[in-house]
Design a protein around this ligand. Structure first.
Ligand code: GDG
Length: 505
């Protein structure tokens, strides 16, 4: 397979990426001027450079209300070092949505319905016909922009021939209806395209999914694609199962295929990776920020402040550890970084309150004149600081109650460049727990056992730590974010081989 710098192996066609957010955030200064601000994350790191090189298009919400639809998006700064450097404003389509509709779509349907439901927490899910109407409307808007972009692409020499077919890649639970609309319009207008979708969160089992009152439409929306990708096989099987039971589709569980509307839709596990080498470089150059006293150990947690991440359970487990194993008193600190998230949503405000109280209670219980058990950062740290934390921590606690993949587990192992290395603890309910077998696996609901696992990590012999970490690092280095991108193109049948042939999915 080639890594052609001109085409990235995309067989002749252009790529159009569609995601809720653009790969950068727009901000307006006091004089009203707009500027771009980097947004981190696997999607941007992997996909933005491909869109730049391929002269593709990115469609998304810009993060603010523009003055009018014609207001120009600024070009990227010539000194820009982020993955979106060189992404021309002509390659960016900013989707503008009326604030009230956006709120109902985003804070309502996306974050109060799909997010808890797809993380198998139905008690937290709100089912509202108004939110659903906004979701449909916003998905239609994204689909219309996608069709306009498709029509604006220059005609290729052999228009309509498979190798020149444009590729549309839609992302995540915000846009599950988009593909079907795009496909229907393309069929009517005889426009050729291939459509792929990737879900970054889990796809729930049938018994949970069926609770959603408009479940048919969600499945039909996704089945507008040629290929639907998930992080792991379990989510693929859940999706296939739901298509069969809800829509009566013929399915092939082994081959992961769903027959729908006379087409065969491929379903594929495509576990996301990280820019491994970039994290290694950061870890090599980042100055130390933790200045622990000799023989002090840091147990690290890094998460958006989200109820799926198991933060309350984690703090309770740490409290039990200190109570049961007093040898860790004054020797071990839990450093928890909690990035503010979805602060407009009630559940998130309540979680913040609960965490504040719990940290206060545990610190009040154990703190001595020279030591506090928990250092709690409610905010965001820089990439350099994050890499230094990952590098210098003895243990990383990645214990979500449910998580599509979890990139923190992967970033931690990439940054573990010191000898002897630390220990990763990961929940089996994260996609990462499915594949990072050499980590210590810990059920976050069982807080007594979780305390035992943390103790085991803190007392693990050096040779065992090294052995486990070597395996973990080797896998993440190979299965990095570029590998993920290539796997997606291959699954779409759009990756060309060295002899110029398309690589069949
Ligand atoms: C969704 C799915 C899936 C965190 N704190 C800081 C910071 N971060 C960065 C981490 C990491 C990212 O945020 C978090 O990624 P996760 O994967 O852990 O979680 P979600 O945000 O929930 O992502 C998830 C992912 O999509 C990709 O498909 O793995 O399952 O839920 O990259 O480094 N970055 C900086 N400062 C911080 O304080 N700079």
């Amino acid at each position: 397979m080639i890594d052609n710098p001109d085409t990235d192996g995309i067989a002749g066609g252009k790529i159009i990426v569609v995601s809720n957010r653009l790969p950068f955030v727009l901000k307006r200064d006091a004089s009203g001027n707009l500027s771009r601000h980097a947004s981190a994350g696997g999607l941007v790191t992997a996909v933005a450079p491909v869109v730049v090189r391929n002269k593709g298009i990115w469609i998304g919400w810009p993060g603010i209300q523009l003055d009018n639809p014609e207001e120009l998006i600024p070009e990227s700064d010539p000194n820009d070092k982020t993955p979106t450097a060189g992404l021309l404003s002509s390659q960016v389509v900013a989707v503008q949505v009326e604030p009230q509709v956006f709120d109902s779509y985003y804070n309502g349907c996306c974050n109060r319905t799909f997010w808890p439901l797809f993380h198998s927490m139905p008690d937290r899910a709100v089912f509202s016909a108004d939110h659903w109407k906004s979701y449909q409307e916003v998905n239609r808007m994204f689909a219309n922009h996608t069709i306009q972009s498709l029509r604006s692409l220059p005609k290729t020499e052999a228009n309509g021939v498979a190798c020149n077919t444009p590729l549309i890649w839609i992302h995540d639970y915000h846009l599950m209806l988009c593909a079907n609309t795009v496909r229907n319009v393309c069929d009517e207008m005889n426009l050729k395209c291939k459509i792929g979708f990737f879900l970054h969160i889990p796809f729930p089992p049938w018994d949970i999914f069926r609770l959603f009152p408009w479940a048919d439409e969600v499945l039909q929306g996704m089945l507008g694609c040629d290929m639907v990708g998930f992080h792991i096989e379990d989510y693929c099987l859940n999706f296939v199962d739901c298509c069969q039971r809800r829509l009566g589709c013929r399915v092939d569980r082994k081959g992961l295929l769903v027959e729908h509307g006379g087409r065969s839709v491929r379903v594929r596990p495509l576990p996301i990776g990280i820019p491994f080498d970039r994290f290694v470089q950061l870890a090599e150059s980042a100055p130390a920020v933790l200045a622990p006293a000799p023989a002090q150990k840091v147990v690290l947690g890094v998460d958006r402040l989200d109820y799926t991440k198991g933060l309350v359970h984690r703090l309770r487990a740490f409290e039990i550890l200190l109570q049961k194993y007093p040898q860790h008193l004054e020797k071990v600190t839990l450093l928890q970084i909690s990035v503010p998230s979805r602060t407009d949503v009630k559940e998130y405000q309540e979680l913040k309150e609960e965490m504040d109280q719990l940290v206060g209670r545990i610190n009040g219980r154990f703190t001595t004149p020279n030591w506090s058990p928990i250092r709690y950062i409610y905010g965001c740290v820089s990439q350099d600081e994050l890499a230094a934390f990952y590098r210098d921590a003895s243990v990383a606690l990645v214990t979500p109650l449910r998580d599509g993949m979890n990139l923190v587990a992967k970033e931690f192992v990439a940054c573990q460049i010191n000898e002897p290395p630390g220990v990763l603890i990961v929940s089996p309910f994260a996609g990462a727990g499915e594949m990072m077998h050499e980590a210590l696996i810990c059920n976050p609901y069982e807080i007594n056992d979780a305390a035992e696992v943390i103790h085991r990590a803190l007392t693990m012999p050096e040779d065992e730590r090294t052995l486990r970490m070597n395996y973990l690092r080797r896998r993440e280095k190979t299965h990095n974010v570029d590998y993920w991108m290539r796997s997606f193109l291959k699954a779409m049948g759009t990756l060309i081989s060295e002899d110029g042939e398309e690589v069949l999915p």
